[in-house]
Write a protein that binds this ligand. Structure first.
Ligand code: 8DG
Length: 136
């Protein structure tokens, strides 16, 4: 039986597909793991937390704004070298007129859905990117 150090860590992550005026908010990771890759802002779900509550908390921390969380886009699992990520993305809207700011990301970019695929995304996000690109 492999020791615990050989078992990949598994994390449950939520990502926000924030839509405004027909554009989708894309976020570029800052220094650290997967630096420079694009993702849907969000993060890990904490024990006892609902996915929607986790997403609202992460977006407040990362972008300084409040969102309304809607239906799921998709759930995908991707095995990275050190960790396996199960990512669930949700359709979201901004809850008020507060403009999202990159507190933790290197950059933010609003793009029409068909332009998302021109960016280089974290591997776990690629199925969601294609679904979003076809959705509207
Ligand atoms: N937030 C987010 N993370 C993603 C996406 N795709 C993807 O593979 N990941 C990975 C990167 C990380 O390994 C993990 C999420 O980590 P994170 O650093 O964003 O979350 P966190 O703020 O809760 O993390 P931490 O500060 O506690 O380390 O999931 C995505 O679209 N959004």
């Amino acid at each position: 039986m492999p020791g615990p150090h050989l078992e990949r860590r598994h994390v449950t992550v939520v990502g926000a597909v924030i839509v405004r005026d027909g554009q989708v908010l894309c976020a570029q990771r800052g220094p650290g793991a997967q630096e420079g890759l694009w993702e849907f802002p969000g993060g890990k779900v904490e024990p006892g937390e609902s996915p929607a509550a986790a997403l609202r908390r992460e977006i407040r921390e990362e972008l300084g704004c409040d969102i309304t969380v809607g239906d799921e886009v998709t759930t995908t699992t991707h095995a990275y070298d050190a960790v396996t990520v199960t990512l669930t993305t949700y359709w979201c809207t901004l809850a008020d007129n507060v403009e999202p700011r990159p507190h933790e990301h290197a950059a933010l970019d609003w793009r029409p859905p068909h332009d998302l695929a021109a960016l280089i995304w974290a591997p776990a996000d690629v199925p969601a990117v294609h679904l979003v690109g076809m959705a509207f």
